[in-house]
Design a protein around this ligand. Structure first.
Ligand code: ZN
Length: 297
């Protein structure tokens, strides 16, 4: 009997340790029709695979009904998860109670990852716009919040001048610059690295509350850009919730960029657990050279 108790006590003492090192991040991958991207289904396999291949995430996948379909069937139990990854780019009418439960989930400490066009989504949902920090298109303008960018003097600017929210020039390969090297997602990454050909989102607008800009890219007028250093990777705190927002990833080609993959994996781990244990891979891009890993289905 004594031995039985000793074993039970040992197990109880070891439990927090097991949970910390071994428990996978329970993740809900959300997709659905994308207003601005007819090719959105191409994104799903790589985005799911990049998470599961790390061994850190346990994934479930739910698709949101498109407008015209029965939205009442969309009712995920968000509380079951640690993390939600969304590529939804739509103004689909999530039911008010679903929106409320989503807000409560994030506010009480849930994680959220927003990839590329997911920051075009829900322009008229104020709480969603607080979660993503900055967004674009869908009629966004000065009513939604400031432009946020780094100027040429290296200062972070919040700019309230009137104008559209959301633009990108011609797709091209561009350099990403780390702005917060001590943030767990960025720690160990080079200060600058080359990203593969992609849309460089710029002139996004939003509440930008409790938002950290982890990395920027210079939107050169040569490609129709804003001439500003635009936020590329951001984190936002919403209540107790952690949000990682990457504007990268327009095409599957852009998604195979190792800079995209690494920051997505580490950003998701941080949003879902508050920590980053995933290492910086040896094929991480150099400041002037793109590095890609072809994706195999
Ligand atoms: Zn795009």
């Amino acid at each position: 009997m004594k031995r039985f108790f000793a074993v039970v006590v040992c197990l109880i003492m070891a439990m927090p340790l097991m949970a910390q090192s071994g428990r996978k991040i329970k993740t809900l991958f959300l997709d659905g029709r994308s207003v601005h991207h007819k090719h959105w289904e191409e994104w799903v396999a790589p985005l799911k695979s990049y998470l599961t291949e790390t061994g850190r995430f346990e994934l479930e996948h739910v698709s949101c009904p498109a407008p015209g379909e029965d939205i009442s069937t969309f009712n995920p139990n968000f509380k079951k998860y640690d993390l939600i990854v969304s590529i939804i780019d739509d103004e689909v009418l999530w039911l008010p109670e679903v929106r409320k439960r989503f807000e409560q989930f994030i506010r009480s400490g849930g994680g959220l990852v927003v990839i590329h066009a997911a920051d075009n989504s829900f322009p008229s949902w104020p709480e969603y716009n607080e979660m993503i920090g900055l967004g674009g298109w869908g009629g966004r303008n000065e009513k939604d919040g400031p432009y946020v960018y780094y100027n040429k003097e290296g200062e972070l600017v919040r700019d309230n001048r009137p104008g559209r929210g959301g633009h990108h020039g011609a797709q091209h390969s561009f350099q990403v610059q780390t702005r917060m090297p001590e943030h767990p997602i960025m720690k160990g990454l080079p200060e600058k690295w080359m990203h593969a050909k992609d849309e460089l989102y710029e002139q996004l607008r939003g509440p930008a509350k409790n938002m950290d800009v982890l990395a920027t890219a210079y939107a050169s007028p040569e490609f129709g850009g804003s001439d500003r250093h635009e936020p590329i990777l951001m984190t936002i705190q919403y209540g107790k919730g952690r949000i990682f927002h990457s504007v990268l990833g327009h095409s599957r080609d852009a998604m195979t960029s190792v800079g995209f993959i690494t920051t997505y994996q580490r950003g998701a781990e941080w949003a879902g657990s508050g920590k980053v244990t995933l290492p910086v891979p040896s094929d991480f891009p150099a400041p002037d050279k793109v590095s890609q890993r072809p994706f195999k289905e």
